[in-house]
Design a protein around this ligand. Structure first.
Ligand code: ATP
Ligand code: MG
Length: 138
């Protein structure tokens, strides 16, 4: 079934000029870009986006990192998009990510791990609408 998910190319990837390589990787994996933008998250936006982690010890650092530079949120479409994106991203910690995954190739630490991917269809829907009005999904 064709499905949509949300990725964010994170500040470390933008800083290191890895945006094009990561988009090429995603396109090779059969994802179609349905919407994309480049932006700098405000602190309030980063806090709201990662709201589920507000009690975690890394929350403040995560917000600081995600607001440290521009990011590229994108809505992606593919068969089984949510699960497939999580597979091609690799584990949260790049040191534990499978070879040839985006985090293994481009991530540098458990925090600065190159890319975000929605973890369920429900969260994908919430996260897509966080960044894109329905009219921007083309
Ligand atoms: P994401 O939600 O960004 O796709 P994920 O689902 O693999 O990543 P989560 O557990 O949702 O991992 O954590 C969200 C983000 O918080 C991670 O991608 C990473 O940037 C940061 N993070 C997670 N765990 C830690 C940790 N132990 N120390 C520092 N930062 C962390
Ligand atoms: Mg997550």
């Amino acid at each position: 079934m064709t499905e949509r998910t949300l990725t964010i190319i994170k500040p470390d990837s933008v800083e290191k000029n890895n945006v094009g390589a990561i988009i090429a990787h995603l396109e090779r994996e059969g994802f179609r870009i349905v919407a994309a933008r480049m932006m700098r998250l405000t602190e309030a936006q980063a806090r709201a986006f990662y709201e589920v982690h507000r009690e975690r010890p890394f929350y403040d650092d995560l917000v600081a990192y995600m607001t440290s530079g521009p990011v590229w949120p994108m809505c992606l479409e593919r068969e089984n998009a949510v699960v497939h994106l999580r597979e091609v991203m690799g584990a949260t910690n790049p040191a534990e990510a499978n070879e040839e995954t985006i985090r293994a190739l481009y991530g540098e630490s458990i925090e600065r791990n190159a890319i975000h991917g929605s973890d369920s269809p429900e969260n994908a829907a919430r996260e897509i609408s966080f960044f894109f009005p329905e009219t921007d999904l083309v």
